[in-house]
Design a protein around this ligand. Sequence first.
Ligand SMILES: Nc1ncnc2c1ncn2[C@@H]1O[C@H](COP(=O)(O)OP(=O)(O)OP(=O)(O)O)[C@@H](O)[C@H]1O
Ligand SMILES: [Mg+2]
Ligand SMILES: [Zn+2]
Length: 496
Amino acid sequence: MIQIVGLAHSAVREGRERIRAAARQLKLRLPGMRITVNLAPADIPKSGAALDLPIILGILTAAGGFSARCIERCLAVGELGLDGALRPVRGALSIAMHAAASPDVDWLLVPFGNLREAGAADGIRVRGARSLTDVLEVFEAAATGRTSPALLRPKELPRSGGTGAAASEGEPPDLSSVRGQSSAKRALEIAAAGGHNILFSGPPGSGKTSLARCLPGLMPPLSRREAVEVTAIHSVVAPPGRVGGLLRNRPFRSPHHSVSEAGLVGGGPGPRPGEASMAHRGVLFLDELPEFSRRALEALRQPLEDKVVKITRVNGTAVFPAAFMLAAAMNPCPCGFGGSDGECSCTPEVLARSERRLSGPLLDRIDMLADVPAVSWRALSATGGGETSAQVRARVIAARREAVGRGVVCNAELDPVQAEKACSLDHQSMALMETAVTRLGLTARGYHRTLRLARTIADLSGSGRVTVGAVAEAIRYRPPGSAERPPALARQAAGM
Ligand SMILES: Nc1ncnc2c1ncn2[C@@H]1O[C@H](COP(=O)(O)OP(=O)(O)OP(=O)(O)O)[C@@H](O)[C@H]1O
Ligand SMILES: [Mg+2]
Ligand SMILES: [Zn+2]
């Protein structure tokens, strides 16, 4: 009889039946006595079927089935089929990364279905097997000095676009498919170059969603290290064994506005990573921003600040990476047409209510506001779509190289001291900034945000100095911060 103790969820406890059935099928002799499997530490919940393999290997070793030397310094995971087959488990890549970081582990044993995925981790020897029989054969041969088929080695992991359910949403559309909108495209390029969070505002059907979807294609390709990080997160969420290769594209996650707080930042039993982590190293796009619940938006503030999500439970804190760029879109007002030549039909009360819906502190973390006006017929009917994503991306990559020289990946990561150091402003630029702070009510945070933006604009133009032109353009993207008002309301107020 097998008893499993140590906060084991049902999938772990059901492993007893799988182990018993597999042992009978393979004619393995399990000890007849009562066996207690102790999952330590006892206060951390264990879930999933990945513990089947280590449990049966532990039992067989204890019963003298083979030398304990075989599994010394080995981390094994795998779900056992009733016939002894090894089935893939969730999150094999993050398990492999954990094994690589652990001083107690020399090698990782995984089911064949996880071999390529786990093999993508650096710094750990990974071996795979199709069945328990294969594993035992190798171990027994090692003990008796016979030669035997070795465990399987991972093949180089091909880079693929998607992973089924957890796929980042395919190839990004090309920028040239969006007509006109030259100033919004310019803002998009600056956002991509500096990693600045951007909010698009404009009437329905002007191309806000289409523009945002182009963003991953304007950013530099994922480095191998980044691709491993991103794939590891997606492999925790995807069905077991579905990750066929390292993700190649930067993630673009566009959760519906009805998403819960847990869906957005992670949670639930486990806990599981949320959209913010699925967007790690890519773009989190909040379309129809004012429709998101205030709770969900507030929950994003911490990851925006720290680049990680921390989920605290009684028995510990889970930390998921969440270094994403935030893009958002909204209509300037509920009727959708505020700002476009005064066609807005919203009453001041409706405007005030929609203004309250957007949390000031979240808007305070948006670096750029880009107007996306209705497209003119001329722009729409023009032949030739303008620049391609590849052309813009080349400039973005060059600009990001400058940021690397400052010790950051992109300028959005410059802290206030670094930002001031990177932008020594001349008299004229200082005067312009002063006007912005005093007359436009720019906050201290807004000031540093404008500095970083100006730095990115200068980097894109290949200029070492931050010119007055760069500062002026940066100020134009001033978003409606907490102290300032959303554009429609401000415009209407100005018109009244
Ligand atoms: N600038 C544009 N160039 C080419 N096609 C466009 C442009 N703007 C909009 N479209 C077309 O209109 C459709 C809707 O565009 P999109 O969803 O990007 O607009 P939107 O601004 O997000 O609108 P909404 O406010 O309703 O969400 C697109 O599928 C595209 O075919
Ligand atoms: Mg849209
Ligand atoms: Zn309106």
